[in-house]
Design a protein around this ligand. Structure first.
Ligand code: AMP
Ligand code: MN
Ligand code: MN
Ligand code: MN
Length: 280
């Protein structure tokens, strides 16, 4: 059985390739009943996605995927059901986008030193007015023939010890959870099995997350294996966190992440949607 929920997807407002309208239409066609838009560090696409979901008679959850730095790691945290008019949330996200732009310029300079010219402008053009992510640089590098696909880029560029890598600090975990809670949303750790962390470090993350008011782990993710579902489900139970499900869809040309085929969350987990609709 597949789950009727997909609570993690991207549009052209960040590094997705479909407009919010196209994304909702495609999700609806794939049989998703309730879908969230969770662009990186931006809610720019939410109004358009909601309008389209309403038109299609589909459930919609306004969301965002916030970049967080925690103990030297970059963690992605979803805010689900957020009020996009919340001032602390929007001020926080604006700060992250400012950091993104200065980082993008630095990435461009570093790629320039590695012999790849005009990458900042190239990535900016591909982002087409939306924020600039490493995915846009990756698409530029593929276009210029430096890698065979986006996944290949992340093996040879833009990561630690490779050309175009730039470190830096995103939001603090406690602060990002506070933004989401202030916006009456629920904080969920995205794709927890993807972080390069030992089991004990991962559990420290979940402990901090719970203590600061986090509510869920993305147990079922398009980037998790079947094994990961069960490992993360057990962590969710151990820390009394709810379970979420999301594809992390970016692009119809990525064959291993499709809309509408996420399995149901494992038995014994409390779904993040157990008390929806929430009366905020
Ligand atoms: P940023 O938030 O700008 O650092 O970019 C991170 C984004 O890059 C993620 O949200 C993914 O969409 C993409 N990404 C990171 N690693 C990979 C990978 N190995 N393969 C494909 N896309 C990746
Ligand atoms: Mn992305
Ligand atoms: Mn992510
Ligand atoms: Mn994502």
């Amino acid at each position: 059985m597949t789950t009727p929920y997909d609570l993690h997807a991207h549009s052209t407002a960040s590094d997705g390739t479909l407009s919010p309208t196209e994304l909702m239409t495609r999700g609806h066609e794939a049989g998703i009943q309730t879908m969230a838009l969770t662009d990186h560090d931006s809610t720019e696409g939410v109004a358009e996605a909601k309008a389209q979901a309403d038109k299609l008679g589909m459930g919609f959850v306004p969301g965002v995927e916030i970049s967080v730095s925690w103990n030297g790691m970059t963690i992605h945290m979803l805010g689900l059901g957020v009020d996009i008019n919340s001032e602390p949330l929007q001020t926080g996200l604006a700060g992250l986008r400012e950091f993104r732009d200065s980082r993008a310029q630095l990435i461009g300079e570093r790629l320039g030193k590695a012999g790849i010219a005009d990458a900042y402008q190239g990535a900016k053009d591909i982002a087409n007015g939306g924020l600039i992510s490493r995915t846009h640089f990756a698409r530029f590098l593929v276009e210029k023939g430096h890698a065979k696909d986006v996944r290949d880029v992340f093996k040879h560029f833009l990561v630690n010890n490779k050309p175009g890598h730039v470190g830096g600090k995103w939001a603090d975990l406690e602060e990002a959870i506070a933004w989401v809670k202030e916006a009456k949303g629920q904080a969920v750790i995205a794709h927890p099995a993807r972080y390069r962390a030992t089991r004990s470090k991962l559990r420290k993350l979940f402990r901090d997350f719970k203590e600061f008011g986090g509510e869920g782990l993305e147990v079922v993710s398009g980037s998790h294996s079947k094994n990961d579902f069960f490992t993360i489900a057990q962590h969710a139970k151990d820390f009394d966190l709810s379970a979420s499900a999301g594809s992390d869809f970016h692009d119809p040309n990525t064959p291993w992440i499709r809309l509408g085929n996420l399995p149901e969350i494992p038995r014994g987990c409390r779904p993040i949607w157990h008390d929806w609709p929430r009366s905020h």
